[in-house]
Write a new protein. Structure first.
Lengths: 185, 185
């Protein structure tokens, strides 16, 4: 297969911008897969802060990263993620939608999502990436997708490149990726 | 810059699927830049067929590939490109829009474009790619863009992967890429 799926493509991008020692943020820990991947990329000299509003997600993530003491788990909203940034972050990742295998009525919502994206861009290092994997098949998903697309399409091109990457002939609304790169000034 | 522009990304994909000796088709020769790139990829043991409906484009391309005798130039519509395929093609590339620096009233049109895409998929090798760089800022461009998007979004996912790749926060309607991969059966 030549055309990379969304998640492998996303990981390739992270490998290019995240180095050992970096600060990175997982805005939606979910089951902790991304948190673990980020923890391995930054290594013990780095720092990962992972957020989730659901205890089940934090617990699941805690198990997955138990060998990585440089990961901090925050049970709470990612809309205050800037308070945890002691320096510019090289990447901030989001999975927008609901917790897989969790309670599907608990979803990310447009207002807090846009606030969190704005704060992510503020704390982002030049050359760093904000990655948004957008799941929209659930109720309320299309509304959030459209709010995010509208917001990121309006980001000034002098400061940011906003890429959309996704497969458009698939059933079951697979996620697509928005990757925002902060340009070097 | 981590996020690749559309044209470099497109070239990376071509490098992955086109090998020396292959048949490849440039459905819209334009100024011949893609034709030359393809001629170098397939080498003298391969074959490139390049189409354009404008004499100025064919002439410009002829100059650019004059050292490559394995390139055939066809002054005519790409809607009959299948007649030139003596074997499955590893790639077919299109630039949809108008000839840069040429007569902007001469544009690709939805009907013949969709016919040419259909024929491209018919002659495509398994694992091969049809690449569509879609320029849509000109008059009639949005109509063609929407016709193409509607068509490719309906391609069966059992046989094809259809990727959309492009920057969504740019002024001046830069092109985006549609990449269609024929799955191996």
């Amino acid at each position: 297969m030549t055309l990379q799926r969304v998640l492998p493509f996303s990981k390739e991008l992270l490998k290019q911008v995240v180095a050992p020692g970096d600060l990175v943020i997982d805005a939606t820990a979910g089951n902790g897969y991304d948190t673990l991947f980020l923890a391995e990329l930054v290594g013990p000299s780095g720092r990962v802060v992972a957020f989730d509003i659901q205890e089940a997600a934090i617990e699941s993530t805690r198990q997955r990263v138990k060998d990585h003491s440089h990961v901090e788990l925050v049970l709470g909203s990612h809309s205050e993620l800037d308070r945890f940034a002691d320096r510019p972050a090289s990447a901030v990742v989001f999975n927008l939608g609901y917790l897989p295998k969790g309670d599907h009525s608990i979803i990310t919502k447009p207002d807090s999502t846009l606030e969190a994206i704005t704060k992510s861009l503020d704390i982002l290092k030049e050359g760093g990436l904000v990655l948004l994997a957008i799941y929209y098949g659930h109720e309320g998903g299309a509304e959030e997708r459209d709010a995010v697309l509208s917001f990121v399409s309006g980001l000034p091109q002098k400061k940011y490149d906003v890429l959309r990457y996704g497969f458009i002939n698939q059933q079951n609304s697979p996620p697509f990726l928005i990757a925002i790169e902060k340009k070097r000034s």
